[in-house]
Design a binder for this molecule. Structure first.
Ligand SMILES: C[S@@+](CC[C@H](N)C(=O)[O-])C[C@H]1O[C@@H](n2cnc3c(N)ncnc32)[C@H](O)[C@@H]1O
Length: 452
């Protein structure tokens, strides 16, 4: 298969090189990562803490009645004034959780290779827009840009630009520092869809937007790592009277606290979101994720490119996954809202359904399989061989273990891709298969590469 050998050469060209290592120090591998446990969590010490978001939500509930979990999540995470994501850096050892790109540079490097491989597979288009949704600290894009730089001779005729979709003013400030090495002022024209602009350390233009719709169309390669899990979900419970939506109300026994309640009757949401053939007793649905995936599918169908989505999730079989994290610990999701992260597992089967057949989908594939297929072992060995620093060795090995160990992130996180149908047209395999391991389609990461 000629494409596979081209990919192997590409991987060898990048992975085998002893180029830059990220400096040790910023990137301590913490003992725990964000998505380790499932349960509502125990009552927080500060159960009586009345945060500005709690006051705001109580006012809302008193005025118009109980709110949906989706409305709660949206307000708590992205309320422009006091939302959790808006004004502080929650990533890393001193924050509330840590993500793969923050754990090891190898993660972003392998993803960078995936994009170059897909760019080559689509005939090396003259422009390459890399669009990252929810870029956190900008670490992942920074690692990807290092790969692009390393492959300068291959990409030098390509017009590369970076497009970041980010709601958080605080995180976009950190992204600017990571990617450009300096602070960037917001655009003065408030009507412009671009709210910040900069140039990367290697001279690549970077643009910031609040929504995907604002990103210009054109051949684009999309990336969403731990983004879909932050989108608001609706929760539904099966009862003897039929499906009911789970709502959030003020606890009558503790007027400064919230509690979950069930809607007294079916609502349009229950009718609309619950499938007739549903067998579970509890279901979470994320309509925002459905709309976003439709938009991505339409763009890829029209303009080509690809999307890579990596998150923890399931294939339409899990039930109650809504949870909250603070300081690397489970936290009660209804206590002190705005001071802790809220998240729910991504339902990949729902995402696949919502593409409505416009694109081919691959995965979800376990992180450990995807990274192994991408050559993580080779890259680790090269980095180990090129450093004599024992602290660096320890860091690299701990990072590898965290990413790959099935009991840690290896089995919990999954990779899922959207590709134009014609991308797989030459493969005699079927697309949209749930277990992409059975595919031999030459898409990097989703098929095994033989390393010699
Ligand atoms: C869990 S963090 C993941 C960060 C990064 N991708 C990583 O893996 O390190 C979620 C990111 O999505 C952003 N975000 C959350 N909701 C968003 C929304 N509705 N629109 C745009 N960005 C959002 C957050 O500000 C943050 O940058």
């Amino acid at each position: 298969m000629p494409r596979l050998s081209a990919l192997r050469s590409l991987l060898a060209a990048v992975l085998g090189v002893s180029w830059q290592q990220r400096l040790l120090g910023h990137h301590v591998v913490p003992a725990a990562w964000r998505r380790q446990c499932f349960s509502a969590g125990s009552k927080a010490e500060d159960s009586g803490q009345v945060t500005p978001i709690l006051k705001h939500l109580m006012f809302k509930i008193k005025s118009t009645g109980p709110i949906t979990v989706a409305e709660y999540m949206r307000e708590v995470l992205t309320n422009p004034v006091k939302g959790y994501y808006m004004h502080h850096d929650m990533l890393g050892e001193r924050g509330d959780f840590v993500t793969s790109p923050e754990i090891s540079q190898i993660f972003g490097e392998l993803i960078g290779i995936w994009y170059v491989s897909e760019w080559m597979a689509t005939g090396k288009p003259k422009t390459l827009q890399l669009v990252e949704l929810g870029p956190g600290r900008g670490t992942l894009t920074d690692d990807i840009l290092r790969v692009f730089n390393q492959l300068g001779s291959l990409l030098n005729k390509c017009d590369i630009s970076i497009h970041l979709v980010e709601v958080s003013p605080k995180l976009s400030e950190i992204q600017a520092l990571t990617l450009t090495g300096r602070k960037i002022q917001s655009e003065l024209d408030v009507t412009s869809p671009v709210y910040m602009k900069g140039i990367s350390k290697a001279g690549i233009p970077i643009f910031w937007y609040r929504e995907l719709q604002d990103v210009p169309q054109g051949t684009s390669f999309y990336l969403a790592h731990e983004f879909f899990d932050a989108l608001p979900i609706h929760k539904f419970q099966r009862t003897e009277q039929g499906w009911r939506e789970v709502l959030i109300d003020i606890d009558p026994k503790a007027p400064d606290q919230l509690r979950f309640v069930l809607a007294p009757s079916a609502t349009p949401a229950t009718e609309y979101f619950i499938q007739g053939k549903e067998v579970r007793d509890h279901v979470e649905v994320c309509p925002d994720a459905g709309i976003l995936i439709q938009r991505l599918a339409c763009r890829i169908q029209e303009d080509g490119g690809a999307a890579l989505i990596a998150d923890y999730g399931h294939n339409g079989n899990k039930t109650d996954t809504f949870r909250s994290f603070r300081s690397h610990q489970l936290h009660d999701a209804l206590i002190a809202p705005g001071t802790a992260d809220l998240t729910a597992d991504v339902d990949f089967s729902y995402l696949r359904t919502m593409t409505q057949g416009r694109v081919a989908t691959l995965g979800p594939l376990k992180q450990q399989e995807f990274l192994k297929n991408m050559g993580i072992d080779v890259r680790l060995q090269v980095l180990l061989q090129n450093s004599s620093d024992t602290a660096m060795h320890k860091h690299l090995l701990q990072g590898y273990d965290m990413l790959m160990n099935p009991k840690k992130m290896g089995d919990r996180f999954h990779f899922f891709a959207l590709l134009p149908h014609q991308r797989l047209a030459h493969s005699d395999q079927k697309v949209n298969l749930q277990h992409s391991k059975s595919l031999s389609a030459p898409v990097a990461g989703f098929g095994e590469l033989i390393w010699k």
